[in-house]
Design a protein. Sequence first.
Length: 288
Amino acid sequence: MSKVYVIATAYNEERMIDAFVDHYLRQGCHILVGDDGSDDSTLPKLRAWEVMSYGKLKCTRMQDSALRDGFSIRRNLDWRMEQAQVLADLEGDEPWFLMVDIDEHFVPPEDYSIAGLVSELQDGGYNQASCTQAVFVPWLESPDHDHPWFTETMRYYYPMKMHGEGNILFRFQRQWGFSDAGKTITLPGGGNVFRSCILKHYFFLSMEHARRKWNRPISEHDPDGWHRWDDFAPEHRPDMLEVLSKNVLRLWEGPNSDMTDSYARHIVRTPRPRQLFSSLRADPEGSV
């Protein structure tokens, strides 16, 4: 059976690291994380997991924090692609890769692990799996989940469409790449896509966590438009985020949770999307 490699990069993700590694190890995956010059406890935590995982996790320092020129999507994607190429050359049997961020947990259909899903996908002739995001956020009645067990206490989410096709789990092919600024995997000739997975995205844990998360400089070397969803994009500026009531959100009930009527963008940004008010039958000028 082909291995599944989770490839991610991290910068100052000390709060998210433990939950991320634990989730994917339990799913039978191998993990490769590149630390992008963190100056908190991210790298020490990864080193500790490297020892405890008996070879299933490898971490490397992409660059020293003193030399860092700001967050770069291009640098992160280039590193991920390079690692995938190296691993594919070593494996020789077209391994599967899962490209995610540290705050994202891929959820296969009920009764499957990720490793088990990949086995079924191969038997069924699939070479990709796409997903819809379940975006977990704090809510008005419980606004602070900035603690190590946040995955247990954050129970409310809203469904959101992935950029592009959302194909983030795929079987390696030689001519492949990223499109839409890295949010979609492109494979030659397309291929059969399995479309019944969810990506749990822990967007932010509290307003203070949001301020820490997006308080980072941006590299001047990235192409124009590649940071439209990042630090300086309106939907991710902490001063334009709002904690909503749980009545606006959906209660997580496992892999069979309701992912219909997904939003095109984050509903915790202000001004809010029209779709939110339509679903609530609320006055756009009123409070939700």
